[in-house]
Design a protein around this ligand. Structure first.
Ligand code: JHZ
Length: 387
């Protein structure tokens, strides 16, 4: 297939088979869920990772159970960034801050506290309504060039963890160029392809994420629409992300030198397979020794990890989560129910797998009263002879 960003021919680098939509949680423990192929392609020309098949966004985002405000570290990082954008003397006076994919207003609420006018854009009704209740005006729609033409010009535009979700990247970035004031700044955050491949974070591959960005891919995409890179940061979010600042100012900056990036997909492929074997092996051991196992964090990643590894409710009793909209629902393809953190503490399982491994430290610190053993799918417990 041809690259959806630059049009060059792509190659298949990893296939996880047919898997359910990660956030399409079920209301009953039925087994049947619609499955779609998860085949990762790579464009050698613009170095963009992308899924071969794109699922229609309306199937994934209109009824969306993900609320950013639930995860404390994400809110803290967003609030720090908003304060920097307002107070940093390098940046212009911020009159209007816009976030595309504004979810429940976790970021814009900080700008609002600082007296800046805000506007959110998000198609997901639950999170968009939650933002409106916080006084964050939110356009409940998908962001496109056509929509951008109807909206006011912004000093700062944030696009955090949204670029990967957009089937038509060129239209989306053209929309940002349309809305950004000539001296405005666009802040983009994307999980980094380099970290995904090097650390084998294959559960971050899901249908919502049509794209997997190298530095080269994202920098050249924005450059194409007249927005050169001003600054690049590597941040720890989601196992390793890029935070990129783009502007329209060509006087001082041209397209920045991008480091030489290489991705060893075949090493990743081997580790994907061994992760499945090891995880299955640990759960078989736990069952044999009558050790109880729960999960914590009904992240989208949990659906992919469980389904790829073929794990169901006979191996993992339930998954705890603090998102009210997820409680009582079931992870597709597994029969595993999502329950409250109190249910989990009451059950006091011997082992708890943190599927939201990107928040491992915060989750461990949050529950000092839990006496069982935490682990992640990428760092399984030791099971020695004495265990
Ligand atoms: P989390 C998210 O994916 C969302 P997910 C999105 N799809 C995206 O693009 C990627 O990130 C990059 C819960 N939790 O953020 C909340 C607790 O219950 O890792 C969530 O259900 N208690 C837009 O879904 C889940 O864990 C806690 O203390 O893979 C975290 O989901 C904390 C910290 C979290 O990502």
């Amino acid at each position: 297939m041809q690259c959806r960003s630059c049009g060059a021919e792509t190659t298949l680098v990893l296939s996880l088979g047919d898997l359910p939509l990660a956030n399409s949680l079920l209301t009953s423990p039925q087994w049947h869920s619609e499955r779609y192929p998860l085949d990762l392609m790579f464009c050698p020309s613009c170095k963009l990772g992308q899924l071969a098949d794109v699922v229609q966004p309306v199937l994934m985002f209109n009824d969306y159970p993900y609320y950013s405000s639930v995860s404390g570290p994400t809110v803290e990082s967003a609030h720090r960034l908003a304060s920097q954008m307002v107070f940093n003397s390098d940046e212009r006076n911020v009159e209007l801050a816009v976030e595309i994919g504004s979810n429940d207003g976790y970021l814009l609420s900080r700008y609002k506290e600082l007296g800046v006018s805000v506007l959110g854009i998000d198609p997901a009704s639950g999170p968009a309504n939650a933002a409106a209740l916080k006084g964050i005006p939110t356009v409940q729609d998908f962001f496109t060039l056509r929509l951008a033409r109807t909206l006011p010009k912004a000093d700062v535009i944030h696009a955090h963890n949204v670029l990967a979700h957009v089937p038509d990247l060129n239209d989306f970035v053209a929309g940002i160029a349309e809305m950004l004031k000539p001296d405005g700044v666009c802040v983009v955050e994307v999980p980094y392809l380099g970290d995904m491949v090097e650390k084998c974070l294959f559960d971050t591959l899901y249908h919502e994420h049509s794209y997997y960005f190298s530095i080269y891919a994202v920098v050249h995409l924005f450059y194409r629409y007249g927005m050169p890179l001003k600054r690049l940061e590597r941040i720890p979010a989601h196992g390793g992300s890029l935070r990129l600042f783009f502007g329209k100012d060509f006087i001082h900056k041209t397209v920045m030198e991008v480091p030489d990036e290489r991705f060893d997909f075949s090493a990743m492929h081997s580790r994907v397979k061994s992760t499945r074997v090891d995880f299955q092996g640990f759960l078989a051991w736990a069952r044999h020794h009558q050790r109880s196992v729960w999960g914590y964090g009904a992240a989208a990643k949990a659906t992919i990890m469980l389904n790829y590894c073929g794990i169901d409710q006979t191996q993992i009793a339930a998954i705890a989560d603090t998102t009210p909209a997820k409680i009582g629902k079931y992870i597709p393809g597994t029969g595993i129910q999502i329950q409250t953190s109190q249910d989990w503490l009451d059950a006091a399982p011997d082992y708890t797998c943190i599927f939201a491994w990107n928040y491992e430290d915060a989750i461990r610190a949050r529950y000092p009263e839990y006496k069982g053993q935490f682990f992640t799918p990428y760092a399984l417990p030791e099971i020695g002879v004495s265990a």
